[in-house]
Design a binder for this molecule. Sequence first.
Ligand SMILES: [Ca+2]
Ligand SMILES: [Ca+2]
Length: 476
Amino acid sequence: MRQDSNSGCPERNSVICQSTNHKAIVSDVCASFNSRMWGRNGVLCSFLILCLWACLNAVPIDVGKTKVSPPAEELEPPKSADTGLHYDRYLREVVDFLEKDPHFREKLHNTDMEDIKVGKLAKELDFVSHHVRTKLDELKRQEVNRLRTLIKVKQDLDGERGMTVDHQGLLKQFEHLNHLNPHTFEVDDLDRLIKSATDDLENFDKDQHEEFKKYEMMKEHERRERLKTLDEEARKKEEEHYLEMKKKHAEHPKINHPGSQDQFKEVWEETDGLDPADFNTKTFFSLHDTNGDGYLDEQELEALFTKELEKIYDPTQEEDDMVEMEEERLRMREHVINEVDTNKDRLVSLDEFMAATNKKEFAQQEGWETLEQNPIYSEDELREFEEHLIREEQDLNQKTNDLVRQREELERHQQELSAQKIQLQQAVEHMERLKSQKTEPPVQAKVNAVPSAMEILPGDSQSLGQGHQQDLPAHS
Ligand SMILES: [Ca+2]
Ligand SMILES: [Ca+2]
């Protein structure tokens, strides 16, 4: 059904998804509307299923009562956390309406994550009430209109006003709905929405790693460029300092393996202030399920690693880069999720947590291999990155030159226009002078027409018209 499983990533990074011009446009549009999610913790988002489950948990199921369709005004989007996706509102509203359908709600309750991912849940759309379907149709039409507006805004920003817009072609890049049928919400639309949200949210971490890699390459590139500007002695000094800082950063106490008993016990003792002798995994889970929804989500998990990260990173020290600290936090969270989240919903349930803490690996003493122990990029990648930078700079210079030329042309044009204006003014003044000269004789002629004609007869032939001249005797 979907033409390209990777193009679900449009909302964030214009560098990552630009295989076609359209795709780049879409990603740019979305990037501009989604810059909010690049905050330190903004990337950590709730998941489609979290929305679904949050709704389920928040509203007790009562099949009898839900037979009455609620009035539209009462249907507010769910209050779950913003997913950060550019179609977040649409996603929430669709989920909210589906959750109000008793049949769908029941199916949702009995369908596991894998079945949801392969589209089994989407098929249940055929059985939801007419009222919900009508509302979903309306939501889809609104969403299609919103996407059209996005495309238009982007085109206006690019100064492409007046060009013919291939809306269908551009809409194709938005994969969370079927654009070929903009009027009704079908099984395919729900399937696409679930798959897009799943893929896009899974790409969040991937994109963050990519961004981090670029950050590190830029840092190294700038360092090397700076070295080039120094003389031999200063360069040597700078290199020594760099190695010294690197060494200093690598010196830190042992880092506990994320998700191990040692790590949790340290949090229990130092953050929670509890007696290590009383350590209890179930209590630990409850303590750190800070929003009390019965799951450890990504933010709650990441908060558990602060103690470990503080051993490596100190914001007051030159050798510690806090951007790197966030990358390390992400690595730790990914590691725990991979080990513990068996149903792959990006949430750790109490059952999953208990199962993980009962494994023998939980007691492992082995430390954690930190970020600086693994190369982030190769020399080849750095070279490629630098070449890309050069190309970008050339493009920018070219654009600047074009703009300068355009400005000069405009100025010249302006001067020509000014000169033409002056000429025109002079011509108008001249005409007016002529006009006033011409209009004076007829006034006199009216007053004293006949005598005047008689008086001029003997000599002044200039004051007479051509026709008169022919009637007069020639003077030599
Ligand atoms: Ca929680
Ligand atoms: Ca889970």
